[in-house]
Ligand binder design. Sequence first.
Ligand code: AMP
Ligand code: GLY
Length: 432
Amino acid sequence: MNILVIGQNGREHALAVAYAKSKKVSKVIMTPGNGLTDFQNIKIKNYPKAGMTDFKGIVKVCKKEKIDLVDVAQDDVIAAGYVDRLEELGIAAFGPTKLASQLEWDKEWARNFMLKYNLPIPRFQVFNNQKKAISYINSLPEQVLFVKASGLALGKGVIRAENKKEAIEAVKAMKNFGGSGETFLIEEALVGEEFSLFAICDGENFQVTKAAQDHKRIYDGDKGPNTGGVGSIAPTGAVSSAIIREIESKIIKPTLLGMKNEGRVYKGILYLGGIITSNGVKVIEFNCRWGDPEAEVIVPSIQTDYLSLVDSVRVGRLSKSKIQFDEKIRLSVAGCSKGYPQNYSSVIDKEIFGLTDAMKLPDITIFGAGIKRSGKRFFANGGRVFHVVGEGKNVIETMENAYKAISMITIEGNNLYYRTDIGWRDLGRLKK
Ligand code: AMP
Ligand code: GLY
């Protein structure tokens, strides 16, 4: 079988490697891929000129390379309905349909769905009028609030407001998100530890993976601006097996039933962004795909043949096959261009050193993201340049492995930045 994975980041790289491991897979094409995806893995080949939003270009590649299955793993591409559009052309695709993925691309629709199906969620109100939103805020007691653009806003449409004054400013800022911010939500703030849990769903049946924890802030101690995620760990001790059972029965199961009931059968990866409050687990959001950088620490742990897994989802037979995971802990540290997530333009095209030596260490995998290659030399090409994933049998060993590897890497002019405390919560739990 020939597989095409649309994307260029660490998540898509991890998926390409998972497909390539399958004996049934002859080749994996990436559109566009990155400088590391086609390095060392002889089954993976890049089409750097076929951008993610170039639907026609992707279809051409499918024909030329005789692609049997396209994995649509990236949010904007899912929201653009690529799964439906490919299937209409007779090209098999893995991922939720445009209608099913409204759970991610329309926060208003998603919260109303959660309310209708009685999922545990924070109190929220939807507005499309500044004045009404401001008088609502003024009617509330002083508290932390979240103001969210309803549409996709490159991960930037969510503003945490420490008080009512900031919430009013946030409401005024919603117009900066264009169409995405025309409708917005005001939500009460939940307090507790956050996690990401992924359910592999065939429309009716599902199986959950290990729970992960993302590290979204740029600086150690979870300080500074939000990023796309600069480190992750799985499994995280934050999510016990009792909590997983609670999530399965109170969140995932009613969601799949509800989606079916709404005529939006959900097939694909369902990503729960949750928070463990003193009052049980609550849903912050659903995404309709693997997380990035969570995929980098979960997908490599899947022992079941990934293509067979995807096939069983597509034909609705997931219940027949129990997905196997290994027992290891994995931790990813994102190697970033200094200045990310604000301004890192001066780092683009700077050379990266030490990457291939770090790759040779045992228990280390490196996934590429904003990286390009010329011959055997690597250059920075984005904010998150690569993800170093360490594995081990416990948190300490895993952290040591990951940090030993990343300490061998540099970017010309001392331009590599990474957090030094990924996994700190799980480390703290060990010490208790
Ligand atoms: P989102 O883009 O919806 O994932 O939100 C970004 C981040 O904001 C989440 O990862 C949470 O840390 C935080 N967040 C969003 N909504 C809430 C909420 N109602 N209570 C607490 N934290 C939230
Ligand atoms: N880890 C955050 C995301 O994938 O959206």
